[in-house]
Design a binder for this molecule. Sequence first.
Ligand SMILES: Nc1ncnc2c1ncn2[C@@H]1O[C@H](COP(=O)(O)OP(=O)(O)O)[C@@H](O)[C@H]1O
Ligand SMILES: [Mg+2]
Length: 354
Amino acid sequence: MSDDGTPQDALDGGRTAPHDAPGREVAISLRAVNREFRRPRTSLTRPPAVVHAVRDVSLDILAGERFGLVGESGSGKSTLLRMISGLDRPTSGEVLIEGQPIHDRSPRQLGWLRRRLQLVFQDPMSSLDPRMRIREIIAEPLVAQGIPRGSRVDELLERVGLSTDAARRFPHQFSGGQRQRISVARALAPDPHILVADEPVSALDVSVRAQVLNLIDEVVEGFDLTLVFVSHDLSVVRHVCDRIAVMRAGEIVEVGPTEQVYTDPQHPYTRQLLASVPRLSEALAGRSAAELAARTRAALVAEGATDEDSAQRLAEEGARADGGHAATEDHARDQHRHQPGEPDTGGTSDRADR
Ligand SMILES: Nc1ncnc2c1ncn2[C@@H]1O[C@H](COP(=O)(O)OP(=O)(O)O)[C@@H](O)[C@H]1O
Ligand SMILES: [Mg+2]
């Protein structure tokens, strides 16, 4: 500890701590965190397979940082987030939130954590109870914490760009982008310090993705939050984060300021990821998923990706991420509702008839 109370490991700039932010508190600290899953036994003679989902991750995230975690599907991002959020416990290692250990606590002992840390998930349709009105959904964390709701719900709806009459409607009456705004409002309700978002825009159509990213940007700024943002898509993370960690097979292979990782990637895997992910702006410019896939695959092969399969897989993943939802129902509805360039904020008026 230094004289001004800054924990020493934030000052040393330890392996994964940023060095340009002296004096800020450590919001989240991970120390040699591992998580193994045992697969169900498929044979009487062989031992059950073990999946090492997170391997020896040590990391400090400072208060007010916008920290991104990227890596392809299955690299352990959600498992790490769940441990940060107290929803899962590490097999070994320590997790501290604002200096408090949570890795060895039961959910019952972590009531306080829900006031400090809130989550937004990928698919708002499955994370919002379809039978509850928006008012109840947003007030739920307040009720759970015994916080008087007052006019908080209306305030939060306005804060996320929805009109207050959204409160009496149900989740299915909104578009994908609007549902994610509702998830953000609910997360903000108990006035948390930390917002954890797991692929928050990956299920959304490209046309509304940037708007939801801007919203996250605004609330992180306005509510003075620490953000942990997970995505398999580097272009999305670049939009919101000031430092990123790249995960591969449970390990963090590279961590650094966002622009540095983009312009001067150190790890070959980061370079491969960068080559494979189409830029958000290109996707927004309306390139088709197939075109993007062909281009990224060609780029990987040209870069000397020895493994055709991995080039194909990464290219497909990039395309899925940026164009694969083009034909969803949400897309059709959002397209119908919004003129190009118009934010999907405000009105629910034309939804009343649906
Ligand atoms: N509850 C679980 N039981 C068994 N294996 C799991 C469980 N959760 C995650 N895994 C495995 O851990 C690895 C990492 O998964 P996950 O953290 O979901 O990755 P990501 O979010 O990066 O896609 C995967 O191999 C996945 O199959
Ligand atoms: Mg995941």
